[in-house]
Design a protein around this ligand. Structure first.
Ligand SMILES: [Zn+2]
Length: 233
């Protein structure tokens, strides 16, 4: 367990890890990596159902996220529980991510690309930006958040980041072998895809065709696209 390389997905909402990187997570887990999720908000606004309440939705979405993580072989899911839609770039939120990176010591951190130019979800933008800041330089330098020392946590240097939803992808991961698992994990988010998809089979077929079209020029049957950043150690 200790020699395993760790990847950490830092996502704004339950379901973001699966949509953005589910195939990659499953692939790396199969290759022997340990995967950890950090879910920043409780997703308590994500419903068109007028009868649903935020309290009930948060409980449902946490369980759905646990189910999806299990399908992909994720070892641990940390829920920060912030209200959906209200993340802010604050020292407190940054400190939460710094603490978890120092604790789990991931070689690879996967998060949202915060640099999308036009439309983008507020929480994705904030999560991506705060996570990038947490990786560099806050979790590297021991004088940032020195209170972590009392917990036995020491500074840590992340090796690389993959950003999801990137407008300028430069890294394609072949997910041919894990595409079906990714779809199975997405299907766990019943509150999100349950009503929208109608016929599940045809929805999956459309996703597959979309991924095939994107992957063709990369010479891969099915892939996930990221903007990769290598961090000098
Ligand atoms: Zn999201």
């Amino acid at each position: 367990m200790e020699d395993k390389k760790t990847l950490m997905v830092v996502a704004a909402h339950p379901d973001d890890p699966e949509f953005g990187a589910g195939g990659t997570v499953a692939k790396y887990v199969r290759e022997g990596w340990r995967a950890v999720y950090v879910i920043c908000t409780n997703g308590d606004k994500g419903t068109p159902d007028p009868e649903m309440t935020s309290e009930r939705l948060a409980v449902i979405r946490e369980q759905e996220q646990k189910n999806a993580a299990k399908v992909l072989g994720v070892s641990e899911v940390v829920f920060l529980g912030h209200p959906d839609g209200w993340l802010t770039d604050s020292p407190e939120f940054r400190g939460e991510l710094v603490r978890l990176i120092r604790k789990f010591r991931p070689e690879l951190v996967i998060t949202h690309d915060p640099t999308r130019k036009y439309m983008g979800h507020h929480d994705h933008r904030i999560t991506g930006q705060v996570c990038m800041d947490a990786v560099f330089p806050y979790c590297r330098d021991h004088l940032f958040y020195p209170e972590h020392k009392a917990e036995g946590l020491t500074p840590f240097k992340v090796g690389e980041m993959y950003l999801t939803g990137a407008e300028e992808p430069n890294k394609y991961v072949d997910i041919t072998e894990t595409f079906d698992l990714k779809m199975k994990a997405i299907a766990c988010h019943v509150s999100q895809v349950g009503n929208r998809t109608g016929d599940w089979e045809s929805w999956v077929k459309a996703r597959r065709e979309q991924a095939e079209a994107m992957s063709k020029e990369r010479g891969m049957p099915l892939s996930e696209a990221f903007h990769r950043i290598e961090i000098r150690k």
